[in-house]
Design a protein. Sequence first.
Length: 452
Amino acid sequence: MPKRKLTKPISGAEYARRRRELMALMEENSIAILPSANEKVRNGDVPYRFRQDSDFQYLTGFNEPESVIVLIPGREHGEALLFCRDRDDEHEKWHGPIIGLDRAKQFIGVDDAFPISDIDDILPGLIEGRSKLYSAMGSDSDFDHQIFEWVDKISESGHLGASPPGEFVQLEQYLHELRLYKSAAEIELMRRAAQASALGHVRAMEVVRPGMMEYELEAELRYAFSRSGARDEAYPSIVGGGENACVMHYIENNQMLRDGDLVLVDAGCEFEGYASDLTRTYPINGRFSAEQKAVYEVVLKAQEAAIDAVQPGNTWDEPHDAAMWEITKGLIALGILKGDLEVLFEDEAYLPYCMHKTGHWLGLDVHDVGDYQVNDEWRVLEPGMVTTIEPGLYFDASIESLPVAYRGIGVRIEDDVLVTKSGHDVLTDAAPKTVREIEALMQNELEVRSHG
């Protein structure tokens, strides 16, 4: 196992800068209110391990429930306020330490912190007289109701001149635009997540064998992720052997891996809240058949063309078009499509075999925030954006028009790609993906096992 690399956490100064950037986009005499995530119950009285709301995490780095961040640009007595839990010896005895008010101020650099138990008494006074209220309406119906109760309390107060906000504004349209551009510190965390994911995929290639269950391979991935310091998956892992690889979001992972089949493994971990999303497809017995190799090479060529198109100044759709051009050429070469290349491409004749886009934004969420179009035009790629590149071919066995040799083959290859000033950087390139690299790794491992 490689020596673990220490990664610096995001500084309090950066969180403060993010809040200032958001407030600069808000209008004068306004207020923004954003709650933390709620604890989720798994069953009975057993909760899931807490995972912070991504927007709240982006603005605070504060990883506790029962918290609310309030931003009031231009307020004389402090622009950034936090409501959170106070210290509680009995609670901490059972559940571990709470950061508390004083340490919260120091930890995230807010101007003031108040007990969450006092929010109903304090917040209406902060809202009163503000012309606009920014919030994530629709994300948490219970909190939406709470905001309306605070606003109603102002209207019903009977104070001379008491006035509630005249307009409610969706906070996401401003906050999500900021989240789209990753800072150097964020990129470092995403690189760490990508490296941990790559190590997991290498381990999976090394240990897979015919007769293993899909969930056993999933367990090997989770083990490797945790060994790298990434204790959480960014999403449920897909481990699809044989025909299961043709199911886009297959997560049952309960079938036996068979000799002669491919296995599609779409799995990524989360490090300090930041996601990786990585897919590799490889032969369970360590050797591609001629038909498997032919299909795989088409997808690999499409992915390479799409990655080459991830350049500053290109538009979001250019990598997808580059991939689908190569996919269409490949389907003609495989004898699955017949006709003129340009006509087939324009008609999207590839859709029965590749039905998804070639990528999505990546960050605090695996399908991260940010518009793909601006004013009905595809967004221009800029440095600091991170996207996945993941073309695939899925030859469902039920499609009778397919040559028999290709039926049941599913291949997807996915990497995480950072847009840089001069081009791009593939964050997940430590995971082998050429036929030669994959077979060499797997055959070497088989030889080691046979002599062990």
